[in-house]
Design a protein around this ligand. Structure first.
Ligand code: HEC
Ligand code: HEC
Ligand code: HEC
Ligand code: HEC
Ligand code: HEC
Length: 303
């Protein structure tokens, strides 16, 4: 027993201890799958995210002309992510899209960088608080980042799109997890989230319908390249019983997305308006499915 203790203390005091456990291939830009050997849960989350699909996406393949448009490729298969910098295209495993190595491995230190202070014998790690800031996402989500900056809110991209999962193990592999306490974990599904009905205010004022995005601190919807859409459908009922339907597309590509807290005005054709039934539907860039975001009926006050 005592011999074992002495050997253990010797090992702990030995400066080379960490190097003994380093798994060298982790520092040679492996596929994301390799990280799953230990970070199994984070890997499963990431596989459900759009970052995992960034290269394989059928829309992307088509619109980049089968990967022929070189200027399109770097953000969809980046080499290394640095705050506010547009990444360069990586050479290996492009089908992994925006993957673990791109976001966490830095050539300068040859170590993983992340938000926590950890002891990680298989690969060196460096704590780096830039990971908790919106600037980290800005090199690729450029337009959205500019919009967010104008909104002047405290919540970061991560607060909403990498929500906290509470304390959990970072690793699932035996025996490593026995030596580590559960730590703050954030969702690597990068959920797009869904605006809530109360995030959009709708008013009827004179001959105008007014919409205000009061809840989402960037354009609604927002995009750099994708084409997400909101559909506004207003059914107007006039005093004489006539009906009219107005349809308006609100999207980044048509420059009609709802800016944060900037009212959007829609003129209603003349007449004695009695009531307006408003329906707002949403479609994400990567999906054909339309969902109802909000429905309400506004009435003109009787004189
Ligand atoms: C290397 C470039 C890059 C970085 C850095 C990056 N993203 Fe992305 N992100 C993308 C690409 C490309 C897509 C679109 C993938 C697809 O659908 O084809 C995307 C998609 C998303 C989506 C899904 C959007 C939708 O329409 O559903 C969210 C949410 C998201 N990213 C959040 C973040 C957050 C938060 C950060 C910072 C922590 C971040 N991203 C950092 C490139 C990046
Ligand atoms: C500066 C980084 C960057 C570059 C360069 C870039 N994209 Fe993207 N792309 C993104 C981000 C971030 C998203 C996530 C949603 C959004 O903001 O549009 C995205 C999303 C998309 C989507 C929607 C998601 C999907 O898979 O359906 C398509 C399509 C797309 N990009 C095509 C292109 C094409 C085509 C080019 C070249 C003309 C290009 N991208 C260049 C960052 C970039
Ligand atoms: C053989 C096991 C193993 C493999 C494989 C592994 N890691 Fe780790 N990793 C660890 C351990 C152990 C920790 C520390 C866990 C703790 O403190 O709870 C860690 C922590 C981390 C952290 C947190 C760093 C911080 O400062 O916040 C990041 C990021 C990370 N690993 C990225 C990766 C990436 C990317 C890969 C794939 C290239 C990978 N790891 C593969 C064992 C592994
Ligand atoms: C788009 C960039 C991006 C990708 C891709 C990505 N991460 Fe992260 N990761 C982050 C950011 C940003 C944080 C810090 C979030 C925070 O603390 O607000 C983080 C945090 C972590 C942490 C610390 C614990 C936690 O959950 O916050 C670990 C460990 C980690 N990532 C491992 C991985 C592994 C393994 C993969 C691949 C399966 C991966 N990451 C893919 C950006 C990324
Ligand atoms: C207060 C929470 C919040 C913050 C902060 C936030 N977002 Fe969002 N974001 C949302 C919500 C809610 C949606 C869903 C909108 C919808 O229903 O279409 C969304 C949607 C998105 C989408 C998908 C495209 C769309 O609009 O449908 C992307 C990409 C995105 N956000 C990126 C970012 C980035 C990058 C940042 C930081 C610069 C950020 N978000 C900050 C709440 C937030």
């Amino acid at each position: 027993m005592r011999i074992l203790l002495i050997i253990f203390l010797f090992l702990v005091s030995c400066e080379k201890l960490e190097e003994v456990f380093v798994e060298e291939d982790l520092l040679q830009r492996p596929q994301a799958k390799r990280c799953a050997d230990c970070h199994a849960q984070i890997y499963e989350e990431w596989k459900e995210s759009r970052h995992y699909r960034a290269w394989k996406s059928e829309n992307f393949r088509r619109e980049s002309e089968n990967y022929g448009k070189v200027k399109c490729l770097s953000c969809h298969a980046p080499h290394q992510v640095d705050p506010e910098k547009k990444p360069v295209l990586r050479a290996e495993f492009r089908e992994d899209g925006v993957h673990c190595v791109a976001c966490h491995f830095k050539e300068e230190t040859r170590s993983m960088h992340g938000p926590l202070k950890v002891w990680s014998p298989p690969h060196p790690s460096t704590q780096d608080l830039d990971y908790t800031k919106s600037e980290f996402c800005a090199g690729c989500h450029r337009e959205t980042y500019k919009e967010w900056k104008l909104a002047k809110v405290r919540k970061s991209c991560q607060d909403c799109h990498m929500p906290s999962l509470g304390k959990k193990d970072l690793i699932q592999k035996f025996p490593f997890y026995l030596f580590h306490l559960a730590k703050r974990r954030t969702s690597h599904r990068f959920p797009a989230q869904k605006a809530k009905p109360e995030d959009i205010e709708v008013h009827l004022k004179g001959k105008e319908l007014i919409l205000v995005n009061v809840g989402v601190p960037h354009n609604l919807p927002t995009a750099d390249q994708g084409d997400p859409k909101l559909y506004l459908i207003a059914q107007i009922l006039y005093g004489d019983g006539k009906k009219r339907t107005l349809r308006k597309l609100l999207s980044p590509q048509s420059k009609t997305a709802l800016q944060y807290r900037v009212p959007y005005h829609l003129r209603i054709p003349d007449g004695d308006v009695k009531e307006v039934r408003v329906k707002i539907m949403r479609k994400f860039a990567w999906s054909d499915e339309k969902e109802t975001l909000k429905e309400l009926t506004l009435r003109t006050p009787s004189p």
